[in-house]
Design a protein around this ligand. Structure first.
Ligand code: ADP
Ligand code: MG
Length: 696
């Protein structure tokens, strides 16, 4: 591999300086190794030969074997095309070219036997193929079995570089694969049943059959994910060794009194388990970095509070940071109501905290009389200094970047324990990669007595029926949310808007009070409207997705989401979580246009069929890919996944993580000579990004 890495592709047979420049510009391929690692995105089956006489229906790309009978040009100027009459003995078809006519005419000769590969189309009872791939039947390049289709760009295609051209270049390298030394040690390969690297590289370009292809892809995916996991785990281990943490050895007055006297209900089994996991961590003397996942309404706040009480019992302060003012305020109110009875001093700090109050908070934090600080980003400002910050809770973490987390970290000489809470269930694959440096706890149980939300899919033309149902709930004294994708009308988008909807809703429910919130309102105005709804004074809240996170109004029992087809599943799930927080049966209605695509309908049916956030998140990941989250990974870890996919290779991620852990258990610094190859690959992949891992 070293040799291939240091050989410019231009020296490869069939490439040359011009094509090399194109490959570099268009695909980033500079060396022979880059070319060898330019994998096909999918494969076509060339194991069977078709007969033109058997063509029927909508055909996939197929191959036929035969001879050109004649060539003729048709049309003039830019519209000139070349038509070749091709017969395989069963029947004739036309082969059509729109460009490079002269060179095609010079290349292909009547009478010589060729194999053509392309998609047959039928017009007026005659079959034709446009721009097929062509090989002489006696050429050694003729492929059998599975053939890869390579990612290309438009420019490359226009310059006459086809998937086939790439394959031909790659095939010049394939004989050298057998000499490639394998960085992955043999015993690991044996245990995880992995093909050798050389075999895998050959087979991924030129598999003998599907079985071999799958094995090759598995090996290559495993390798990428293995390095990624090694990097993550190595960093975690280093951090846990080099970063000291507070040892919370005592469970004392605050925790115990709260548990005995203030707990309004029995903890769920899952809450107890998670508190135990965290207690174990914080008692270990190592700094905790834990991700707490729990579906909306699973009771994460209570867990957070009890952990903060542990911090207080051990002479330290705690801090809870939320992404919005509304949420921070809500947490402040909930937590104050629960814990102020036992003498915990709690304060709220947000962007709108008046200067005098802010100064008092700063002073109380420094002298240690303030125990728990709850707030927005305001809490990470440099002016906010703690006497002894021991525990940090970050709620709904996906809105906080790594850098912001790091600022909290640095508020003390001893790094505080960090608990990151998210209600967006993170599929395991992503938890192991994007959040791979965090330990994970899951609250997988809702408090008793909750009735699962009923979710319905309704087309626009049944709006009146839906509104009647809302009316019924309002009459029972419940409240309703109506969510719009846009704030105001937009000429380009045929979507419902909040402004339009607000008027319509008020007309439809004249005897009820309607509040509204959207993202462009001033915070004070937003808070006022929210408080109207939260207090029950307003019966209906018309909103955009600003209500997505955290808002808690247990009396709300209906949510209507307009143009639901526009939202991602995870987002719909978040929105839906605003209802079903009380004891009443709640409903979520997904309204869509009458005409939606079949896939859209299928996607929305995931929502009507389950209330399990993990199922929703998995489905979302499969359908839409990891999206932003993979972006976080890619920019953070600067790793470029060439073949593995976080969306579909969950199992391989797990294998790779296990293997990486085994390797590090046996040899934490990767000093053994059998790991020298692994070490070299890691250095190549992660050199630039290594520092990133030090900050989170
Ligand atoms: P999350 O933040 O996980 O979405 P919350 O912490 O806001 O959920 O809790 C949702 C609701 O459930 C709150 O009203 C809370 O008081 C209640 N709750 C939490 N734990 C329990 C429990 N063990 N039993 C009953 N109700 C609970
Ligand atoms: Mg919450």
């Amino acid at each position: 591999m070293e040799r291939l890495r240091s050989t410019d592709v231009k020296y490869l047979k069939g490439v040359g300086p011009k094509r090399a420049e194109l490959l570099c510009k268009q695909l980033g391929i500079k060396t022979c190794a880059d070319l060898l690692c330019h994998y096909p995105t999918h494969y076509v089956d060339r194991s069977r030969m078709y007969r033109v006489a058997d063509f029927a229906g909508d055909m996939p790309s197929v191959q036929v074997r035969g001879r050109f009978v004649s060539f003729a040009t048709q049309g003039e100027g830019a519209k000139t095309r070349l038509i070749g009459l091709f017969s395989d003995g069963s029947r004739a078809m036309e082969v059509v070219w729109f460009n490079r006519i002269k060179s095609i005419r010079d290349t292909y000769l009547p009478g010589v036997e060729y194999i053509l590969f392309g998609k047959p189309t039928e017009y007026g009872g005659r079959w034709s193929m446009v721009h097929p791939e062509i090989d002489r039947a006696d050429s050694p390049n003729v492929s059998v079995g599975f053939r890869g289709v390579y990612p290309l760009t438009e420019t490359l295609r226009n310059r006459g570089i086809s998937s086939r051209t790439i394959y031909n270049m790659v095939s010049a390298l394939l004989p050298r694969c057998k000499d490639i030394s394998d960085p992955i040690p043999e015993d690991l390969r044996r245990r995880y049943r992995l093909m050798s690297l050389g075999d895998a590289l050959r087979a991924v370009h030129s598999p003998a059959d599907n079985d071999e292809l799958q094995k090759a892809r598995l090996r290559l995916k495993f390798e990428e994910l293995f390095y990624l996991q090694l990097n993550i785990l190595r960093y975690c281990r280093e951090r846990s060794e080099s970063v000291p943490g507070f040892r919370f050895g005592n469970i004392g007055y605050y925790f115990n009194t709260f548990y005995k006297e203030c707990l309004p209900f029995e903890l769920t089994g899952a809450q107890k388990r998670v508190i135990k996991e965290i207690r174990h961590d914080v008692g270990s003397g190592k700094q905790m970095n834990r991700l707490l996942q729990g579906d909306v309404g699973s009771g994460k706040t209570l867990v957070a509070l009890m952990c903060m009480l542990m911090a207080l019992d051990n002479g330290t302060q705690a801090c809870l940071m939320a992404p919005t003012e509304i949420l921070a305020t809500q947490h402040f109110e909930t937590i104050s109501a629960l814990a102020s009875k036992i003498g915990v001093n709690i304060k709220l700090l947000t962007g709108s905290t008046p200067k005098r109050e802010r100064d008092a908070i700063h002073a109380a934090l420094l002298d240690g009389s303030l125990h728990i600080l709850i707030g927005t980003h305001a809490v990470i400002e440099d002016t906010v200094k703690f006497r002894n910050l021991g525990f940090v809770v970050i709620d709904e973490q996906h809105r906080f970047g790594v850098a912001q987390r790091a600022r909290l970290w640095k508020k003390n000489s001893v790094a505080p324990h960090i608990l990151v809470m998210t209600a967006t269930p993170i599929p395991r694959t992503l938890a192991m990669t994007v959040y791979g440096d965090l330990d994970v706890s899951v609250i997988d149980e809702l408090p008793p007595g909750r009735k699962p939300i009923q979710t319905l899919l309704r087309y626009e033309d049944r709006r009146m029926e839906v509104y009647r149902a809302i009316g019924k709930q309002l009459k029972l004294g419940r409240q309703a949310y109506i969510v719009y994708p846009l704030i105001s009308e937009n000429e380009k988008l045929d979507l419902k808007s909040l402004e339009e909807g607000y008027g319509f809703v008020r007309e439809s429910f004249p005897s009820y009070k309607v509040a509204y919130v959207h993202g462009k309102m001033k915070p004070a105005e937003k808070d006022y409207q929210m408080s109207l709804f939260a207090s029950g004074e307003a019966n209906i809240l018309v909103a955009t997705t600003v209500i997505e996170v955290g808002v808690n109004v247990p009396n709300a029992s209906v949510m209507v989401i307009e143009n639901a087809e526009r939202f991602g599943l995870s987002q719909l799930h978040q929105l839906r979580g605003r209802v079903g927080r009380g004891a009443d049966q709640s409903y979520c209605v997904l309204m869509t246009k009458v005409k939606i695509a079949k896939e859209t309908r299928k996607r929305l049916e995931v929502m009507t069929s389950t209330t399990d956030g993990f199922v929703v998140a998995e489905a979302d990941l499969k359908m839409r890919g990891p999206g932003d989250l993979e972006g976080t990974l890619q920019s953070g870890m600067a790793v470029d996944l060439r073949i593995a996919s976080l969306a579909t290779d969950g199992q391989i991620v797990q294998f790779a993580r296990n293997a990486a852990a085994e390797v590090l258990d046996a040899d934490p610094a990767l000093v053994s000579s059998s790991l020298s190859g692994v070490k070299r690959e890691m250095a190549l992949m992660f050199d630039k990004s290594y520092d990133w891992s030090r900050i989170s």
